[in-house]
Design a protein around this ligand. Structure first.
Ligand SMILES: Cc1cc2nc3c(=O)[nH]c(=O)nc-3n(C[C@H](O)[C@H](O)[C@H](O)COP(=O)(O)O)c2cc1C
Length: 146
């Protein structure tokens, strides 16, 4: 996806308000992906044990507007922003919104994953630690190569 002038990325972490099962999370995500495609948003939604980490990237204004909506969504709470910065290129150019369940078998096989085997997706683990956030996200980046 190209042609975006003011490329921007926001990463946040949050806690699901209702127990979101894997299937429900995936169904939701398919709907998000359609919305995102229309807005030239790409990214990834990670899920582990009731917590989310999401990357949204695209035009700065569009990303900020989407983040404001997501932040107010009653399906999750304790939304904490981890990164909010301009980027030179998209980290997940081929995903309108990739979804990864961190406890799935596929995830366990990823390079660099050992460090995160038992790390919960909580602000306590990731807030103020941009390097750690990026190391986790890097585990998923190569999947997105075509
Ligand atoms: C964890 C989580 C992730 C979400 N991710 C997206 C997303 O990537 N794209 C999107 O359009 N909506 C996403 N939403 C839903 C938004 O909060 C909102 O419901 C959606 O943008 C529809 O807004 P609209 O009715 O104004 O179009 C997410 C919600 C939650 C709880």
């Amino acid at each position: 996806m190209s042609g975006t002038k003011d490329l921007h990325q926001i990463v946040y972490i949050s806690t699901a308000t209702t127990a979101v099962g894997r299937e429900e999370a995936i169904a939701q995500q398919m709907h998000f992906a359609e919305n995102n495609k229309r807005r030239a948003i790409t990214g990834i939604l990670l899920y582990r044990a009731g917590n989310f980490m999401q990357v949204i990237e695209g035009d700065k204004t569009v990303v900020r507007e989407l983040y404001t909506k997501i932040e107010a969504d009653p399906r999750h709470q304790d939304v904490v922003q981890l990164l909010d910065e301009p980027i030179v290129e998209r980290a997940f150019p081929n995903w309108s919104m990739g979804m990864e369940d961190l406890d799935s078998e596929e995830t366990r096989a990823k390079p660099g994953w050992n460090a995160f085997l038992t790390t919960p997706l909580t602000a306590r683990e990731f807030f103020g630690k941009p390097g750690k956030v990026k190391r986790l996200l890097d585990c998923f980046k190569h999947d997105n190569d075509t």
